[in-house]
Design a binder for this molecule. Structure first.
Ligand code: GUN
Length: 293
């Protein structure tokens, strides 16, 4: 079998163009409302800088305002809490994203808890996590939302399928498992203490790899005909060319021999995360302007 390559770039482009139309329409019909997203970066992690730049660029593409706050790594927790209080109170700001990870001296939970849940476009606040878990309307984490959209591009019904999520982070693994459960999959979460990962993979009709280790999931572990979503974005040195490149968590070429469909890295999940961030910012703007939740 040669896998269908799931084109995240094309899907993200389609979603963003729908968002741009909706935003333009909202501006005309709703008294000039323009969604505003504040992106806060603390420190100078190069990968985070790239992500933040891409988020700002996407805001421009869809006609949102973006407000970029770049703070030094010496920023205190109190300073950051002060900025969040301002952003919560500012009616021009509909979405707040604090780029993670934060420096070690800042408690991530304290910061996430300080964001007004209706502006929490990451879907990380406990109010959104709880609402999502219990099936209420909520802002949901962008990366797993993007993965679900990509799965729906290649299959109509996930019901009854065996899904394996490798990774248990709050950002991807846990909400991903919940979304697959809500789509009626039988869900397993694997992690660093899982005893026989290869065997778990061999049984999975749907495999979502979000462990952050390049090429860790071997092609031969993939079940024949499986759908594979690779969330990993790992910077590696290409052994053949000696140049830096991106690699996923799955051995891509070998997995293509067995999977029915697979996302590439780059060009798979990455662009979808940003498209879903734009979607959440639009949703948050609507919720703040009378749509309720
Ligand atoms: N760092 C890596 N992924 C994410 C994400 O989805 N949101 C935020 N805020 N930080 C991240």
């Amino acid at each position: 079998m040669t896998a269908q390559i799931i084109d995240g770039l094309a899907t993200a482009k389609r979603i963003k163009s729908g968002i741009a139309e909706h935003a333009a329409d909202m501006k005309i019909r709703q008294g000039g409302i323009v969604p505003g997203l504040a992106v806060v970066l603390v420190g100078d992690d190069p990968a985070s800088q790239v992500y933040v730049r891409n988020k700002n660029r996407s805001c421009e593409e869809v006609g949102f305002r973006s407000y970029s706050h770049t703070l030094p790594s010496s920023t205190t927790e109190l300073d950051l809490l002060g900025l969040i209080t301002e952003l919560n109170a500012n009616p021009q700001i509909n979405g707040i994203l604090i780029q993670l990870p934060l420096p070690d001296h800042i408690n991530e939970h304290t910061i996430i808890n300080a964001i007004d849940p209706i502006k929490d476009v990451d879907g990380f606040h406990p109010v959104n996590v709880g609402r999502h878990m219990t099936g209420l309307m909520s802002l949901t984490p962008c990366t797993p939302t993007g993965c679900m959209i990509l799965l729906n591009e290649v299959t109509q019904d996930l019901g009854g399928k065996k899904a394996l999520v490798v990774g248990r982070s709050n950002i991807v693994g846990k909400p991903m498992a919940l979304m697959l459960l809500q789509a009626n999959c039988t869900v397993t979460i694997a992690h660093s203490r899982t005893q026989d990962l290869a065997e778990e993979c061999r049984q999975a009709d749907i495999l979502v790899a979000a462990l952050g280790r390049p090429n860790f999931i071997k092609g031969e572990w993939i079940k024949e005909g499986a759908l594979v979503i690779d969330v990993g974005i790992n910077r590696i040195t290409d052994p053949e060319t000696g140049k830096n490149k991106l690699a996923g968590d799955v051995e891509f070429s070998a997995a293509c021999e067995r999977a029915a469909a697979i996302t590439p890295v780059p060009g798979g999940v990455g662009p979808m995360t940003i498209a879903c961030l734009m979607q959440n910012t639009l949703q948050a703007t609507m919720m703040q302007n009378g749509w309720g939740w």
